[in-house]
Ligand binder design. Structure first.
Ligand code: NAP
Length: 498
């Protein structure tokens, strides 16, 4: 799905592309913000290099004109190679899924490596999008880590432009999805004391404009700027406004506060956003996050979008199925969850295959396979998939309510409930890697083998484990697998004829 001209967001930008700017490095390009910044920079004519942690052939297809380097910011040598010949580097690296306890330490190390590599490779400028907040305040680990990253980057000789934003509202942003789902699902929303805290949300549209705008405004080099929309709202007001936009009557009774960890856990059960993220975000709800300096408005003047319009735009994008990036795009931090099937030293020990012969064409079957999960569900035995998702959520896993970015289109690394797309070959194969809590690693491969008039549609479950618990888990699930997967391929076939 290509970005349309309107989605490229530059129509309001008062600045002009600067032909003198050399190679622009975008880190965090697989993330929510980076994934929208890259096409906008390309459309402005910049030469863009993206840095990703894992080889990502799908990104070559998504952005034909970008150069891709593989580097982990925790690896200084890789980082230096990524910065070779770079003029300006965007720092959009973030590790929210790590949870508050590890976040600060890892983020400071990443920022330090980045600063040193930028100096060694004589990068002219760094641009960093961080979080709003007063330096002296008593801040949550998440907000503290955002400020610490800014301070760490500024220690070096490379000038750093810092943009500081509070919550970002847009289709696919975690904050938007939390608010949206709470209002949609709860007729009664308890209002705790923290819901009175003031916040200055900004639309994703304006964030991208500003990230490009500072690149094209040399006066912003080395400066720190608070960025926000025109509305200063409490969380309660944001909920009320969201309810009005959705046309729902919601009762918001005041209640005494409950522990943040518990509240964030309940919120994670009610929304697609996993606990590691809701916890990090909730810890910051006691901190007022409002712009203290508005200098950016003079330097890059345009009319920012109201909270209401940002929500309306996000809802429209969802309805039109035009969500380009989502908080779930970034990999989970548990590295074993990112090991690919073909990277295993020995093939998985356990497997089960189910297949059927069909006269449906490979294209129709593949189209039908690509619609599994999300709003459509798993075509049959949905309650079993949901139960597995709920169990995962209770165990603080990702759960099945992450849904999907797009209802019919799939690309590599897309999330489908508790799976992630690991490989796909149009009209032939889809390989999903499990990201739910498991005593091992699991994959699900759909295959279509052409056979002239009659084709074979198959699904194969793979499970890799060494532990006794893992083996017990596999054998306990086998009877359900038989029931679920034979039904699933039958349903896929049935729908492909529709
Ligand atoms: N989203 C918001 O609502 C919001 C609000 C205010 C400020 N911000 C700021 O905007 C910035 C970007 O946020 P985001 O929402 O786009 O984050 P995100 O969706 O979580 O993406 C984070 C990116 O960081 C990359 N990354 C993590 N660890 C890395 C490492 N060690 N080496 C290289 N890359 C690494 C991830 O790559 P993988 O794909 O490999 O995991 C991913 O591309 C952050 O600084 C955040 O504080 C965001």
């Amino acid at each position: 799905m290509e970005f349309t001209d309107a989605e490229l967001m530059c129509e309001l930008l008062p600045t002009r592309p600067q032909p003198g700017i050399g190679k622009v490095l975008v880190t965090g390009a697989t993330g929510y913000i980076g994934g929208q910044l890259v096409p906008t920079l390309i459309s402005r004519g910049y030469s863009v290099r993206i840095m990703v942690r894992a080889p990502a052939p799908e990104l070559e297809n998504r952005w034909k004109k970008v150069e891709i380097v593989v580097a982990d910011a925790l690896n200084p040598a890789q980082l230096e190679a990524a910065m070779e010949g770079v003029d300006t580097a965007y720092y959009l690296i973030h590790s929210l899924l790590m949870g508050p306890s590890k976040l600060e330490r890892v983020e400071i190390e990443t920022a330090k490596n980045f600063r040193i590599a930028a100096e060694r490779k004589a990068v002219r400028r760094i641009i960093y999008l961080g979080g709003l907040g007063d330096e002296q305040g008593d801040y949550s680990p998440h907000l503290r880590s955002r400020m610490a990253v800014a301070n760490e980057l500024r220690q070096g000789r490379t000038p750093v432009t810092v943009l500081r934003a509070a919550i970002i509202i847009g289709a696919g942003s975690a904050s938007y999805e939390i608010l949206h789902h709470l209002v949609r699902k709860l007729p009664v929303i308890p209002i705790f004391r923290w819901a009175k805290t003031k916040c200055q949300p900004i639309s994703i549209h304006d964030v991208i404009l500003l990230l490009v705008g500072v690149l094209e405004t040399p006066e912003t080099t080395g400066g720190s700027f608070d960025v926000g929309g025109p509305d200063i709202l409490s969380y309660e007001e944001m909920i009320q406004s969201m309810a009005a936009i959705q046309g729902r009557k919601r009762w918001l009774p005041p209640l005494p506060a409950l522990p943040v960890k518990f509240t964030s856990y309940v919120i994670s059960l009610l929304t697609p956003v996993p606990h590691a993220i809701t916890w990090c975000l909730m810890e910051g709800v006691f901190n007022e996050v409002v712009c203290r300096n508005n200098a950016i408005r003079e330097l890059i003047p345009f009319t920012p979008m109201t909270y209401k319009n940002a929500v309306l735009m996000a809802m429209t994008r969802e309805e039109q199925d035009r969500v380009h990036t989502r908080w779930s795009d970034a990999y989970p931090p548990a590295w074993e969850l990112a090991i690919k099937l073909h990277e295993l030293k020995t093939p998985p020990r356990y497997g089960a295959r189910y297949s059927l012969a069909t006269r449906q064409s490979p294209a129709a079957l593949f189209d039908s396979i690509c619609r599994i999960g999300g709003e459509e569900g798993w075509f049959h035995s949905n309650w079993l998939w949901r139960l597995r998702g709920l169990l995962d959520r209770i165990l603080m896993g990702v759960g099945s309510s992450r849904g999907r970015r797009h209802q019919t289109e799939l690309r590599l690394n897309d999330v489908i409930d508790f799976w992630r797309v690991e490989a796909l070959k149009p009209d032939a194969m889809l390989l999903l890697r499990a990201e739910m809590k498991l005593p091992g690693q699991a994959w699900l491969r759909f295959t279509i083998e052409p056979g002239g008039a009659v084709n074979t549609l198959g699904v194969q479950a793979y499970f890799n484990t060494e532990s006794l618990w893992g083996k017990l888990y596999w054998y306990a699930c086998l009877p359900f697998h038989h029931f679920i997967f034979t039904d699933l391929i039958r349903q896929i076939e049935k729908r492909s004829s529709a």
